[in-house]
Design a binder for this molecule. Structure first.
Ligand code: 4NP
Length: 161
Protein backbone atom coordinates (compact mmCIF):
# COMPACT_ATOMS: atom_id res chain seq x y z
CA UNK A 1 0.00 0.00 0.00
CA UNK A 2 1.05 3.58 -0.66
CA UNK A 3 1.86 5.63 2.40
CA UNK A 4 -1.23 7.18 4.01
CA UNK A 5 -2.59 10.48 2.69
CA UNK A 6 -2.03 13.06 5.43
CA UNK A 7 -4.93 15.48 5.70
CA UNK A 8 -5.31 18.56 7.87
CA UNK A 9 -8.49 20.59 8.35
CA UNK A 10 -8.00 24.22 9.42
CA UNK A 11 -10.32 26.92 10.77
CA UNK A 12 -9.88 29.91 13.07
CA UNK A 13 -10.44 28.52 16.58
CA UNK A 14 -10.21 24.72 16.02
CA UNK A 15 -13.28 24.33 18.23
CA UNK A 16 -16.18 24.41 15.70
CA UNK A 17 -15.67 23.80 11.99
CA UNK A 18 -12.35 21.97 11.66
CA UNK A 19 -12.97 19.54 14.57
CA UNK A 20 -16.28 18.65 12.94
CA UNK A 21 -14.57 18.19 9.56
CA UNK A 22 -11.92 15.97 11.19
CA UNK A 23 -14.60 13.90 12.93
CA UNK A 24 -16.94 13.57 9.95
CA UNK A 25 -14.22 12.85 7.39
CA UNK A 26 -12.74 10.20 9.71
CA UNK A 27 -16.21 8.71 10.20
CA UNK A 28 -16.76 8.39 6.44
CA UNK A 29 -13.24 7.00 5.93
CA UNK A 30 -13.72 4.35 8.61
CA UNK A 31 -17.19 3.43 7.39
CA UNK A 32 -15.60 2.75 3.99
CA UNK A 33 -12.91 0.57 5.64
CA UNK A 34 -10.18 2.96 4.51
CA UNK A 35 -8.73 3.97 7.89
CA UNK A 36 -5.23 2.73 6.99
CA UNK A 37 -5.11 5.03 3.95
CA UNK A 38 -5.46 8.30 5.83
CA UNK A 39 -3.92 10.31 8.66
CA UNK A 40 -6.45 12.99 9.68
CA UNK A 41 -5.98 15.98 11.97
CA UNK A 42 -7.21 19.55 12.50
CA UNK A 43 -5.79 22.84 13.77
CA UNK A 44 -6.72 26.50 14.18
CA UNK A 45 -4.92 29.59 12.98
CA UNK A 46 -5.71 31.28 16.33
CA UNK A 47 -4.45 30.32 19.79
CA UNK A 48 -7.39 31.39 22.01
CA UNK A 49 -8.77 27.90 22.60
CA UNK A 50 -5.62 25.76 22.60
CA UNK A 51 -6.09 22.64 24.74
CA UNK A 52 -9.87 22.95 24.90
CA UNK A 53 -12.48 20.48 23.63
CA UNK A 54 -14.78 21.55 20.79
CA UNK A 55 -17.48 24.18 21.43
CA UNK A 56 -20.44 22.63 23.34
CA UNK A 57 -22.83 23.75 20.59
CA UNK A 58 -20.80 21.92 17.94
CA UNK A 59 -20.49 18.88 20.22
CA UNK A 60 -24.29 18.82 20.75
CA UNK A 61 -25.09 19.20 17.04
CA UNK A 62 -22.73 16.33 16.19
CA UNK A 63 -23.98 14.09 19.02
CA UNK A 64 -27.60 14.57 17.88
CA UNK A 65 -26.53 12.91 14.65
CA UNK A 66 -24.47 10.20 16.32
CA UNK A 67 -20.99 11.67 15.91
CA UNK A 68 -18.86 12.11 19.03
CA UNK A 69 -16.10 14.75 18.78
CA UNK A 70 -15.71 15.34 22.54
CA UNK A 71 -12.24 13.76 22.72
CA UNK A 72 -10.68 16.34 20.39
CA UNK A 73 -8.46 19.14 21.73
CA UNK A 74 -7.75 22.44 19.99
CA UNK A 75 -4.23 23.21 18.82
CA UNK A 76 -2.67 26.01 16.81
CA UNK A 77 -1.38 25.54 13.28
CA UNK A 78 2.42 25.62 12.92
CA UNK A 79 4.56 26.07 9.82
CA UNK A 80 5.69 22.44 10.25
CA UNK A 81 2.08 21.33 9.64
CA UNK A 82 2.36 22.53 6.07
CA UNK A 83 5.34 20.20 5.55
CA UNK A 84 3.74 17.33 7.46
CA UNK A 85 0.46 17.19 5.49
CA UNK A 86 -0.24 16.33 1.86
CA UNK A 87 -3.48 18.32 1.78
CA UNK A 88 -4.62 21.23 3.96
CA UNK A 89 -8.32 22.12 3.77
CA UNK A 90 -9.24 25.56 5.06
CA UNK A 91 -12.79 26.56 5.98
CA UNK A 92 -12.81 30.13 4.64
CA UNK A 93 -10.79 32.67 2.68
CA UNK A 94 -9.52 34.36 5.82
CA UNK A 95 -8.03 31.02 6.92
CA UNK A 96 -6.54 30.67 3.43
CA UNK A 97 -4.85 34.08 3.64
CA UNK A 98 -3.54 33.35 7.15
CA UNK A 99 -2.13 29.96 6.18
CA UNK A 100 -0.48 31.45 3.10
CA UNK A 101 1.06 34.14 5.29
CA UNK A 102 2.37 31.46 7.69
CA UNK A 103 3.80 29.59 4.70
CA UNK A 104 5.74 32.65 3.59
CA UNK A 105 8.18 31.44 0.95
CA UNK A 106 7.27 27.80 1.57
CA UNK A 107 5.02 25.93 -0.87
CA UNK A 108 1.30 26.39 -0.13
CA UNK A 109 -0.11 24.87 -3.30
CA UNK A 110 -1.60 22.01 -1.26
CA UNK A 111 -3.67 24.46 0.84
CA UNK A 112 -7.19 24.71 -0.61
CA UNK A 113 -10.72 25.74 0.33
CA UNK A 114 -12.54 22.70 1.75
CA UNK A 115 -15.77 23.84 0.13
CA UNK A 116 -14.26 23.61 -3.33
CA UNK A 117 -15.43 19.99 -2.95
CA UNK A 118 -19.02 20.85 -1.96
CA UNK A 119 -21.31 19.27 -4.58
CA UNK A 120 -23.86 22.04 -3.96
CA UNK A 121 -23.35 25.65 -5.03
CA UNK A 122 -22.40 28.07 -2.28
CA UNK A 123 -20.07 30.82 -1.14
CA UNK A 124 -17.00 28.58 -1.19
CA UNK A 125 -16.67 29.04 2.56
CA UNK A 126 -17.94 27.17 5.63
CA UNK A 127 -19.49 30.07 7.60
CA UNK A 128 -18.05 30.75 11.04
CA UNK A 129 -20.86 29.78 13.48
CA UNK A 130 -19.17 31.02 16.66
CA UNK A 131 -21.01 34.30 17.20
CA UNK A 132 -24.32 33.16 15.71
CA UNK A 133 -27.28 31.07 16.83
CA UNK A 134 -27.84 27.35 17.01
CA UNK A 135 -29.10 27.12 13.41
CA UNK A 136 -25.62 28.10 12.23
CA UNK A 137 -24.20 24.93 13.76
CA UNK A 138 -26.79 22.81 11.95
CA UNK A 139 -25.94 24.54 8.68
CA UNK A 140 -22.22 23.92 9.27
CA UNK A 141 -22.97 20.25 9.95
CA UNK A 142 -24.87 19.83 6.66
CA UNK A 143 -22.16 21.58 4.65
CA UNK A 144 -19.31 19.68 6.26
CA UNK A 145 -21.07 16.31 6.05
CA UNK A 146 -21.83 16.45 2.32
CA UNK A 147 -18.47 18.06 1.51
CA UNK A 148 -16.45 15.48 3.44
CA UNK A 149 -18.32 12.66 1.64
CA UNK A 150 -17.61 14.27 -1.73
CA UNK A 151 -13.98 14.89 -0.80
CA UNK A 152 -13.53 11.23 0.13
CA UNK A 153 -15.05 10.12 -3.19
CA UNK A 154 -12.69 12.48 -5.02
CA UNK A 155 -9.64 11.14 -3.19
CA UNK A 156 -10.70 7.51 -3.71
CA UNK A 157 -10.80 8.09 -7.46
CA UNK A 158 -7.58 10.07 -7.53
CA UNK A 159 -5.67 7.46 -5.50
CA UNK A 160 -7.53 4.40 -6.81
CA UNK A 161 -8.55 3.23 -3.33
P1 4NP B 1 -14.02 27.88 14.41
O1 4NP B 1 -14.96 28.94 15.15
O2 4NP B 1 -12.97 28.70 13.67
O3 4NP B 1 -14.94 27.16 13.48
O4 4NP B 1 -13.43 27.01 15.48
C1 4NP B 1 -14.47 29.94 15.98
C2 4NP B 1 -14.14 29.67 17.28
C3 4NP B 1 -13.69 30.67 18.12
C4 4NP B 1 -13.56 31.96 17.64
C5 4NP B 1 -13.88 32.24 16.32
C6 4NP B 1 -14.34 31.23 15.49
N1 4NP B 1 -13.13 33.00 18.49
O5 4NP B 1 -13.10 34.16 18.06
O6 4NP B 1 -12.79 32.73 19.65
Amino acid sequence: MERPIRILFVCLGNICRSPLAEGLFRHHVEKAGLGAHFVIDSAGTGAWHVGKPPDPRMVATALERGLDIRHQRARQLRLQDLHDHDLVFVMDRENLATVRAIAGEADASHVVLFRDFDPEPGSGEVPDPYYGGEEGFHEVYEIVDRTSRALLEHLRKEHDI
